[in-house]
Design a protein around this ligand. Sequence first.
Ligand code: CP3
Length: 340
Amino acid sequence: MIFVDACFGKKTPYSPVWMMRQAGRYLPEYMEVRAQAGDFLSLCKDPQKACEVTLQPVDILGVDAAILFSDILVVPLEMGMELKFLQGEGPVFSHPIKDQKDLDKLSVQKAVDGLEYVYETIRLIRGRLAADKALIGFCGAPWTLATYMIEGQGTKTYATVKKLIYTNPQFMHALLKKVTEVLKLYMERQIQSGANVVMVFDSWAAALEESAYFEFSWSYMKEISSYLKSKYPHVPVILFPKGISGYLDKIDGDFDVFAVDWSTPIELAQQKLGYKYVLQGNMEPTRLYSQDAIDEGIEHIVSVMKNKRHIFNLGHGILPDVPVENAKYFIKQVQKLTKI
Ligand code: CP3
């Protein structure tokens, strides 16, 4: 698989390419299957339909990897928390975690077993996906999940979760530890079910100052990747801490690919981390609104990363109103312009 080879830094005929949120609302075919399922969560829990939407961008756009269709928040959901996706508002947990008593009610094993619909989706996808295309499994970082579990929803200030960091760090660590235990086993089960690569999304990394980031987030990301690399060395691990360009000097650990978000200059990431990790990224996703902007964005990344170890991607998710033609154009242009 060219994608797996690239994750390990091997030479490939061109830079493989996929897009965050490639199975999503910009595709009319996705909207149709989501409507049949009823809503987003029902779609995640229906292996046949989740398999179908996972494969859509592979067939329609010709991306080099499929990413499992699911969501990072199914983990706290199956640990026992009530989750709703409200139209226009995003995800909401109706009863956020407040104290140790709430935490004690959440179960590690119940979550790992309750996520069976994800493992079944992976088995179905791997059965239908072309043999030369990789399937990426994923989870959210413990810090990003803990933020949702405590705040209950997206937040501008992170006040509730950050108050805990500075007033009750022991409790914060207890929560992070429990989530990390689930994630290690969850990622392991995804690999056993057929995921060829795994990725950890730390979407709220940039909420923390440097010392807090390494204590409350990166240490747990590293724990998950070390666990997986020690047991499954043939499965590449991609880590995506979003928005921490100021902390790159301190990034270390046993993983294969560092995913670069769009706000981090690719030359900075190359200079600081390119010698020890393969880089993935980092085209600004809103460039997809214009084909000229796409060409310009690709050209810049190629000028920095040509003949270096690199996987093409957006620096965050594709937006729902991007024209499908432009998404197709992006994938085609990358595959053409990075040919060696
Ligand atoms: O990339 C893919 O194609 C795979 C599927 C995927 C989804 N969510 C599907 C989804 C992946 C990898 C995720 C990860 C995820 N989910 C993250 C980390 C990456 C990131 O975006 O930073 C986060 C923070 C979430 C939580 C989440 N899920 C939010 C905040 C929202 C609402 C925001 C929005 O874009 O609407 C979701 C919903 C969601 N997850 C959608 C999709 C396709 C849209 C739901 C819909 O169809 O209405």
